[in-house]
Structures are given as C-alpha cells and as structure tokens.
Design a protein around this ligand. Structure first.
Ligand code: DON
Length: 572
C-alpha cells in the first residue's frame, strides 16, 4: 500500500475556511499536553505494569510493551507471546502514526487445503485445537520492535514487570479460574500440569507461578527477538509443536517479521479516525460504515430509526470483508475504492429506511454453517502518556488459551489464529465469519483479523479505543465511536449495551438494554431477525483526553475484570 489509505467524505470537505479552522483546531490540540497519563487494560496487574513503567519515565510505547507482556502472564487465555496482535501508535512530537503488524504468519508447510476433509469442507477441530492450529507468533517481534524504535527504557526494563509476575506468581482471579474449568478438556498435558496440578483446577485466589514463562521472557529481554525466534526457546517451541502434531520449523520462527503498516484514516463529520489496515478488516470496515452513515445523514440520534441504518451499514461492510479482504502482502485488494466516500455512497443506495435488506439480496461468496460465537478471549489496552503519545493495541491468541497447547518447557500457549483463515469458501470460522480465496491459507500468509485498535480526534477530544470480541470487534468499535461523537464519557463508551450484524448469519444480535421492547417490535416489523443474547460481549478499554477542558479519563469495560488508571501530573 503506497498511497495513504485515506477516506475523506463530503460532509468533512466543507468550505476552505471551515477546513482551515479544522486544521487550526487540530494543531491547537497538538500544542497542548495531557494533564497526566492513563492506562486502561483488561487486567488490574497489567494496568499497574503500564503505570509502573510510565512512573519510571517510560513513554506510552514502553508502557505498551509492559502491558502486553503482563497481560500474557496474567490472562494467558486471551493473549501472550505465543500469539499476535496489532499495535497502533501515535507519536505526538511529529504526529507520526503507524501500526505495528504482529499478526501470526502461516508456517511454510501450510497449504490451502490443510484444514479440509476429502469433500473440501473445513475440519473445525484442526484449525482450533492443538499446535497444528498455530501460526508463527508475532507478539515477541512486535514488542522488541516497539521498545527499540519507539520506547525510551529498552526492552529489558519494559519486560521486567511481566517477568516478575511470571516468576513470583499472582493470585488467580475468578475469571481465570472459570476458564481453567471451562477449557480443562482441551488443555494439553503441559497446560494441565500448570493449571490443574494433581488433576485439580487451580481455584480463585491460588498463586500461579510460571517459571518456564519467566525464563522464556527473560531470554527475550536479554537477547531481543533472537531470544525467542532463535536459540533455546525456538528449539523448545519447534520440538514441542512438532511432537504435538504441528508443522513449525526453526526457519519459520527465524523468518518471522513484524512490519509497520500505514493506518487507515477515515474522516467522519469533524473527526479524524485512525485505525487498523489489512491484514485487519477493521479500518476498511469502519471507513465503509462511516461513509454510508455520512450519506444517510447520521445525526447522533440513537433512536431505532438511526439504529436501523447503522445495522444496514454493518451488513454491507461485512459482506465486503468476506469478499475482498486478506493479507496485503499476498493479494490485491481494491482498498482505495473500498474506503472512498463514492463507494460508501454506492453502498448506501441500496439501503431502505425502516426496511431490512435480506443478506441473500446482496451477492455472497458463500453460506455460513453457524452463528457467531460468544467471544471471551483476546484483549485490548489503551494508553496516553504525558506528552500525548498514544497506543491502542488489540492482542490475542484467538480462542480461549489459543490452541490450548502449552509448548513444554516454554510456558508459552500456542495460538490458534489459523482458524481466522477461510479454511474453505463454504464454511465459517469460530466466529461465524465466511471468507473467499482472498483469505485462503498459504505459506507465510497472515490470516485476516477483525481487531480494530483505533484513535479518534476531533471536537470532543481524543479517544484511544478498542476491544476483543471476534467478529463483533468492528461493530463494537463503531458503536463506541458513535457514542463518543454524541458526547459520551469514557465510562459510557465502554459500558453501553451493544448490537451486532455481520451479514451472515442474517440476524441482529443484541445485549440486554440495546433495544427496548418498542424498538424490538419496530425492528421486527422492518424485517429484522433479532437474537437477544443472554450474556454480554466485549471487553472495551478506552482513554479519553479532552484538551479543551484539560481532562483525562480512562475506563475499563465493566463486563471484564480490567482496571483503568489516570495519574495526573501534580500527583506524580
Ligand atoms: O483476529 C481476530 O479477529 C480474532 N482472532 C480475534 C479473536 C477474539 O477477539 C476472540 N474473542 N473475544
């Protein structure tokens, strides 16, 4: 992608004078500094690790490395150095923005049909369980790169809190304890030895020490990326994975790269949204949805008529996700066209007010077999430092504990990110997502993701936001941003009830409270099939800086166990 992927819609264009005003407003923001620093993450100990590093004089990028590594220790069911993710960075000094792509890569022995049966249908178990489901991890390379290029303290200091947590241990929270029980049958022998010693699941409050993981992290701290992708750790990983039926080689590990990619930039009303480019589907999806809402005249109203238009915009964006998107290093994608306001206008043409468009009436690349699953793994954190540097990072091992395979001697859970490829063009993945050959498995390729770490900047301030949640990530981030435009504070943005539509299955899932009874009746009358979920979804983490007011807020999703902390300058 050479030219920046920038979507600028009509309502943003305005007159030259208004445009100039916007530029001035943005640079005034740039000149001010936040009144302190803030971290919001999915676990209190990871938030503390980030604050500790900021208090030592680290910047947001150092803190991001510390939080990522700590999350991998204290919620290994969500993320870790056996997985991958996307780190969206904003450096305030020169307003440089980039995304570090630490997405897993398929091993060289991978093939298009590797997860198919003789009839060409996907074998779900293969791409989800055991080390055959694992892509080559990207998190260690990404952390090394971020610390070296953007941080101030160096990788070893940034990793110190995580190494301490792994070596000294920490008391299990109820969520972790629940996942051990829930996943006990999937866990590999080494994982069971760690989490179910003597066959009994560790309970809430038990101290979990991970000495192998501490050693593995220490090698990364001492040697940088080579301490993971080469030498003793690499050998242990390859031996463990292959003994468990996987196909990794030492060359696969040594050949892993974490490139920087230009973020997608979307203009909506007076806001500038900076978000994840492919191999995430997030940025393109947000551009398509905002461009449609712009044409449809979104006003900030959150009534059912407005929600109906949002649902239709979601539907069309997910159709395109399935049709066009994949790894930018492997396929040609019409990205400039997809993010353009003209394309959004064309998409919006088929939207009827107060009337559902059946997904079958929008050309489809395949049929799903199952509905989207509840997403409880993966993790996100948001950080702003005292200079105004920002990090939004969504990181993952995919499903709970990834492939559930712990490589013996390493303390590392191997991801099952290979399930994010379209194993076949007729079957959906764990999140009910379908895909085309654009997202077929190939050696060295990165599976398409929905992770959407994002920044928003405009009249209501600066928002750093993101969430886990599988296929629902993108629609959660959209709803969070719409809340922000309405003036919601950080706590409301992460808390408000959510709804979701992903083209196929053709239904609208919603959390309790997203639609009242009248709205449900109205939507049903417009032709929507509604799926009222009994549980909640997502685990959004947000930091909100309002330069005009000089305020800094941070909020952790009440659905999870995370915490958000703001430290004001005068309190340091
Ligand atoms: O990259 C993706 O889109 C998925 N592997 C994310 C998985 C996820 O968010 C799981 N659940 N909460």
């Amino acid at each position: 992608m050479d030219a920046p992927l920038e979507s600028r819609n009509a309502s943003y264009g305005r007159t030259l004078a208004a445009g100039l005003f916007m530029v001035l407003a943005f640079s005034a923001q740039a000149a001010g500094k936040p009144p302190g620093f803030a971290v919001a993450s999915a676990h209190p100990l990871a938030t503390d690790a980030g604050i500790e590093i900021l208090q030592q004089g680290g910047n947001a990028f150092d803190a991001a490395v510390a939080v990522s590594a700590a999350l991998g220790v204290v919620e290994p069911y969500s993320s870790g150095i056996g997985g991958g993710g996307f780190w969206l960075l904003h450096r305030e000094r020169d307003r440089f923005e980039t995304m570090v792509d630490g997405r897993e890569m398929a091993p060289q022995a991978a093939s298009r049909e590797m997860y198919q049966d003789a009839q060409g249908h996907a074998i779900a178990d293969l791409s989800r369980n055991g080390p055959i489901a694992g892509g080559i991890p990207g998190t260690p390379a990404a952390l090394d790169h971020i610390a070296a290029r953007y941080g101030k303290l160096g990788l070893a200091r940034d990793l110190a809190p995580a190494i301490r947590l792994a070596r000294e241990g920490f008391p299990l929270d109820a969520r972790f304890a629940k996942f051990i029980v829930m996943e006990s049958k999937r866990l590999s022998p080494a994982a069971r030895a760690l989490l179910l010693p003597d066959g009994k699941a560790l309970a809430e409050g038990a101290l979990l020490r991970q000495p192998d993981l501490a050693d593995t992290l220490q090698r990364l701290a001492d040697q940088g990326r080579d301490g993971f992708y080469k030498g003793a750790t690499a050998q242990q990983l390859v031996d463990g994975v292959r003994a468990g039926g996987g196909i990794w080689t030492l060359q696969d590990l040594a050949g892993y790269t974490a490139p920087e990619r230009k973020p997608v930039v979307v203009r909506f009303k007076d806001y500038r949204i900076v978000t994840a480019p492919p191999p995430s589907a997030g940025g393109v999806g947000l551009a398509e949805m905002f461009n449609q809402l712009s044409v449809l005249g979104w006003t900030g109203n959150n009534g059912v008529h407005s929600q109906q238009l949002v649902i239709e915009a979601m539907r069309r964006a997910y159709r395109d996700r399935a049709t066009y998107l994949g790894d930018p290093d492997y396929i040609e994608m019409p990205l400039q066209r997809l993010v353009s306001p003209e394309y959004g206008r064309a998409l919006a043409k088929s939207i009827q007010h107060d009337h559902a468009t059946p997904s079958v009436d929008l050309p489809a690349p395949g049929q799903p077999k199952r509905a989207a699953k509840e997403g409880v793994d993966t993790t996100h954190y948001s950080i702003i430092d005292g200079e105004g540097n920002r990090v939004a990072a969504t990181v993952t091992v995919n499903l709970i504990f990834g492939s559930a395979f712990l490589a013996p001697g390493t303390g590392v859970f191997i991801n099952d990110e290979m399930d994010d490829f379209a194993a076949s063009t007729t079957d959906s993945n764990a999140f009910g997502l379908i895909g085309s050959s654009a997202n077929a498995v190939a050696p060295g390729k990165r599976p398409l993701s929905t992770m959407t770490p994002s920044f928003v900047e405009g009249p209501k301030g600066v928002l750093v936001v993101g969430t886990p949640g599988g296929s629902r990530i993108l629609t959660m981030v959209l709803l969070g941003m719409l809340d922000f435009f309405r003036g919601a504070d950080a706590q409301a943005i992460v808390s408000d009830p959510r709804y979701h539509m992903q083209y196929l299955p053709d239904q609208v899932q919603f959390e309790k409270g997203a639609f009242d009874e009248q709205a449900q009746a109205a939507l049903a009358g417009m032709g929507y099939k509604l799926d009222a979920l009994s549980s909640s979804f997502g685990n959004m983490q947000a930091v909100l800086w309002r330069p005009a007011q000089g305020t800094l807020q941070a909020a952790a999703d009440p659905r999870g166990v995370g915490t958000a902390r703001v430290v004001l300058k005068n309190a340091r």
